[in-house]
Write a protein that binds this ligand. Sequence first.
Ligand SMILES: *Cc1c(COP(=O)(O)O)cnc(C)c1O
Length: 422
Amino acid sequence: MRDRSVLALPLRTVVAHRVRSHKEAVVRMTPRPDLLARLARHTQQREQANLRRRLHTIDRVDGPWIERGGRRLLSFCSNDYLGLAQHPALIAALKRAADEDGVGSGSAHLIAGHRRAHDALEEALAEWTGRERALLFSTGYMANLGVMQALLERGDLCVQDKLNHACLLDGAQLAGAALKRYPHGDVGAAARQLAQRGDAPALLATDGVFSMDGDIAPLAELAALCRREGATLMVDDAHGLGVLGARGEGSVLDAGLDQDDAPVLMATLGKAVGCSGAFVAGSASVIDGLLQFARTYIYTTAMPPALAAATLAAVRLAQSERWRREKLRALVARFRRNAQQLGLPLMPSSTAIQPLLLGDAPSATAAAHALEHEGFLVTAIRPPTVPQGKARLRITLSAVHQESDVDRLLDALSRALRALPV
Ligand SMILES: *Cc1c(COP(=O)(O)O)cnc(C)c1O
């Protein structure tokens, strides 16, 4: 039975205010809503809508395999696209640097937290992405918040794809910009939104590869639009870096765009690079501006230097071991070819993110459960992460998967989807 006690919490916590007056003390009765009770109500509404999120502890990871609750599952939901997260070279670099430097950086970059390992990593990232400089942030979320808050002032225009990552939307709102969201990939709509406020400083921000859909933004068209409109283009390449381009340099260079076309490039280090953290790359002047004004850079502890050392090892492997990208590409092609033959609801993606669109949240949840029963871990992505009616299985492929893994997944998927009520 559902616990109703939460709903019954005293909402009318009555607070009596004494209002000053010479003649008499007027007692005003103000019911102040209780924040904790409201939060609990929202959680219970999620539960009732079958949208409650749950945390599962993973006991062990071994390549694409994970152990959870005493079961071994073949996982198709990691963003470790190149299979670097457990690479011995990263582990060795981490250990070596930790032996020398310890664990914590001790302070923010601008105080005394910026070590040689950070410097070396920033230089490698700038070179990789074809830019003058790069600046490390502790997470991608913080990088995007910091960039937006440094660039945008109250009332500036920020135009964004509707399917951008949550932290880009949050960043614009935190900065107090006027946020306009255009329909997914619709360059014409973006143009109209920019033209409506031709006098305002404007940032156009887009994911390079969309995190829940896997498709690539029309970057060349967006760059041309920004040039015409005098707007600044910012690309979040969390899912493109390491995956796209001959050396894994990401979606921006792969689209033939340079630092002038897309002056602000953010990418994360926790996905294809297999580590954790993020960076922004651009001209020396953009990066120096961020160093002055990005609050999420200034007022936070620098990432552990040993992590920076491990990340540098990962960047070197991501650049040089082309076979990882090629293997990933071959697995993606195999998955799509066979999924199409099986009539699975593929979405138009050529990247490692291969969602199957199921529509309603219960179908996505049921399919994920059926797959788990067969030994596969595939997450159901439901609203509000994706729009209503667009619930899906988000399948991600990695260079650590084998062809036979993909084939077995496809068999299980086709059984699981056939078993769904129509
Ligand atoms: C994961 C992700 C982020 C956030 O990066 P973290 O380092 O995990 O905080 C930002 N943008 C996109 C598109 C992402 O997929």
